[in-house]
Write a protein that binds this ligand. Structure first.
Ligand SMILES: Nc1ncnc2c1ncn2[C@@H]1O[C@H](COP(=O)(O)OP(=O)(O)OP(=O)(O)O)[C@@H](O)[C@H]1O
Ligand SMILES: [Mg+2]
Length: 239
């Protein structure tokens, strides 16, 4: 697919597939177009050219059906500050027509270590608590495909590991996860496949092992040093 904002050609020909039930990480520098891809796939933005299907459904021809089978956690939290954490969850559960919205909310609060804070207004939450609540909201209704745009940006190490755990569990249960990240260790930890977006194109796409083969191991004395994903990323984007 392709996408420009006026004269700015952000996506010049982006092509990739994500296997059902897998975790796919999209890496790229600031402004590479990661959020633009997520917005197109979650039907918030139309591509200028090309097609994209999610769950086998065309995002431009049938956006409503796509929306029924996905959820999106955007780069910036979409929680209601005036409501409590629990009220946010109950609201989404009601919007998704679930039977026991209160129970759904309580289960998610427990899963994300937010039970104690559940009745407090979100305006009093820390950044990490907001982020966890935001991800919890996107799990309501068990969507088949989840988009997470920089899910752990701004989280402390402990909260990041908690979020990673949740993402791994989701994939284990068959949910397809597409995440964007600036953190290369996050991609190394989580992703079945990693794609690098640079200057409007996917310049690399493979498993971590495949990406490692793009760079020969550096020989340091007699010990082979495997390249870290960070080395591969910087070599490919030319920095
Ligand atoms: N609505 C818009 N109008 C004009 N330009 C836009 C718009 N949205 C994004 N852009 C531009 O498109 C480019 C890609 O933006 P995008 O948000 O997709 O990048 P990103 O890879 O998600 O970056 P980051 O890592 O900073 O989140 C940037 O140069 C951005 O300024
Ligand atoms: Mg972004």
């Amino acid at each position: 697919m392709e996408k420009s904002y006026k004269e700015l050609h952000v996506l010049r020909g982006v092509n990739f597939e994500v296997a059902p039930g897998s975790i796919f990480a999209l890496l790229g520098s600031n402004g590479a177009g990661k959020t633009t891809i997520v917005r197109i796939l979650s039907t918030l933005l139309r591509p200028d050219a090309g097609t994209a299907t999610v769950n086998g459904i065309d995002v431009t021809k049938d956006p409503l059906r796509v929306r029924e089978s996905i959820s999106l956690t955007g780069q910036f939290a979409a929680v209601d500050e005036i409501l409590s954490g629990r009220e946010n969850l109950v609201m989404v559960a009601k919007l998704r027509h679930l039977k026991n919205p209160g129970q759904v909310a309580d289960d998610l609060l427990a899963r994300f270590s937010l039970t104690d804070a559940g009745s407090r207004k979100v305006s009093t939450y820390s950044g990490g608590m907001r982020r966890r609540l935001d991800i919890a909201m996107s799990l309501i209704g068990q969507p088949k495909v989840i988009f997470l745009d920089e899910p752990t940006t701004g989280l402390d190490p402990e909260a990041r590991i908690e979020v990673w755990q949740v993402i791994k569990e989701l994939a284990d249960q068959g949910t397809t996860v597409l995440l964007t990240t600036q953190y290369l260790d996050e991609a190394e930890q989580l992703a079945d496949r990693i794609a690098i977006l640079h200057q409007g194109r996917i310049i690399a796409n493979g498993t971590l092992a495949e990406l490692k083969q793009l760079l020969p191991p550096a020989k340091v004395e007699y010990v082979e040093k495997q390249p870290a994903l960070e080395d591969i990323f910087l070599a490919l984007v030319g920095r």
